[in-house]
Write a protein that binds this ligand. Structure first.
Ligand SMILES: *Cc1c(COP(=O)(O)O)cnc(C)c1O
Length: 405
């Protein structure tokens, strides 16, 4: 990972460790552990074993023939990451954090969650590896995300409501870090995306890179070589699925292999959005790292709005800030309505039910594919399954689009 060096050395203007003094020691311990284990053959084979037998890799790489025919331009393919245990990519990072916690001799793992998916996956992994699990969640989020709260509790996790500030994700992260500082002898911490202090960005990116490792092999299998015109579309919230989807292709020229990140533009009629890269947000500090972040003129973090809970985050991974500034990746946004339209199209033509997050990526991929020809291979990371979105789909599109399983 080229970008990693830049971030960790502090040479870049993004990332870093803007944390209170008391967090320095546990962060340093985790850095030492990770630096050692990521080169350790036993640890890698342990990771691979659980990825294969428990997460369920490799996930499928499929051609969306009917959709491609309908669009009539580029070939549209999908990497079906929602095949993974739990129905989304967050399981990779959660699994690796639990394996690290075991190696460090910790008994408890704590984590933050907004919509509840990071918490749900962490509770699954903690249960699997015999760790006690504490999930910090804003009181407001607990109210509006009851199914995920129930799932976490069913997995044996303790869900701790956070009543400070806006009572949402931002405050949950702060509270989780506070708990970690006071209990780091017994407790490990997991951050749910490629965000937070530098070490958490690295561990998460290292974990989700499984996606592009698989895709590379699958492309070679299918085409005999990496296609001459390849375009990789991914939705971007914190940026962990997209970074993992692209990382193995970082060294290819962007004319051969282009990366397109699709942020959440929010409702068409609203000024609020979750697209700091697309709409030119300024650099600020959020959760211990420098990044582009939605903020007002006084630097206060601004509220976001999006139909997809997974993308509803005011900041963005420092890795993506770097990829934007160096122009290695291109970023754009899709609105709530455009994501819903794309969901309708994909489910009409294919046996694939992308959640609302990847539906944002499908929206842009479909639009751009129309203007290309079939020499171009478009791949969309279908990183989540729509089952979790059933209540919102029922409300917005009607019963016809909801399946019971
Ligand atoms: C959390 C989530 C996202 C957004 O997070 P990234 O770190 O940007 O990947 C996207 N899709 C799904 C299904 C999610 O659960």
């Amino acid at each position: 990972m080229i970008r990693e060096i830049n971030l960790v050395s502090g040479g870049g203007k993004f990332g870093g460790n803007f944390v209170p003094e008391t967090l320095k020691k546990p962060i340093e311990d985790l850095e030492i552990l990770f630096n050692k284990l990521k080169k350790d053959k036993n640890f890698i084979s342990e990771r691979d074993k659980y990825f294969k037998n428990w997460v369920g890799t490799p996930t499928r790489f499929i051609k969306l023939e009917n959709l491609s025919k309908y669009v009539g331009g580029a070939q549209i393919w999908s990497k079906v990451v929602s095949d993974a245990n739990g129905g989304a990519h967050k399981i990779y990072n959660a699994t690796v954090h639990c394996l690290l916690a075991k190696r460090a001799g910790k008994k408890i793992i704590c984590g933050d969650t907004g919509a509840g998916y990071a918490g749900k996956m962490l509770s699954m992994a903690a249960k699997k590896f015999g760790l006690k699990c504490k999930i910090f969640m804003g009181a407001k989020d607990i109210d509006r995300q009851q199914p995920n709260v129930k799932a976490m509790k069913k997995n044996g996790a303790e869900v701790i409501p956070v009543y400070s500030g806006s009572q949402t994700l931002v405050d949950a992260v702060s509270e989780c870090m506070r708990f970690w500082v006071a209990n780091c002898d017994t407790t490990a911490m997991c951050v749910g995306s490629t965000v937070g202090p530098a070490i958490f960005v690295r561990i998460c990116g290292w974990s989700t890179s499984q996606i592009s490792r698989e895709l590379k092999i699958q492309l070679l299998d299918e085409f005999g070589s990496i296609p001459k015109k390849l375009k990789l579309y991914n939705c971007v919230g914190g940026g962990s699925s997209s970074f993992g989807f692209w990382n193995e292709f970082m060294d290819y020229d962007k004319k051969q292999c282009e990366f397109i990140g699709v942020e959440a533009g929010g409702p068409a009629k609203s000024k609020k959005h979750a697209a700091p890269l697309t709409y030119g947000s300024k650099i600020g500090i959020l959760h211990g790292a420098a990044q582009y972040v939605n903020q007002n003129s006084e630097g206060q973090i601004e509220e976001t709005e999006s139909i997809s809970a997974g993308l509803d985050y005011p900041g963005i991974s420092p890795l993506h800030c770097f990829l934007k500034d160096t122009k290695r990746a291109r970023y754009t946004a899709a609105s709530d309505e455009e994501a819903l339209e794309a969901f309708k199209l994909v489910t009409k033509f294919e046996k694939l039910r992308p959640s609302l997050e990847p539906s944002h990526a499908f929206s842009v991929a479909i639009k751009e594919s129309k203007k290309l020809n079939k020499d171009t291979i478009v791949v969309v990371n279908s990183c989540g399954d729509a089952y979790k979105d059933r209540s919102i789909l029922r409300k917005r599109l009607g019963k016809k689009y909801v399946k019971s399983n």
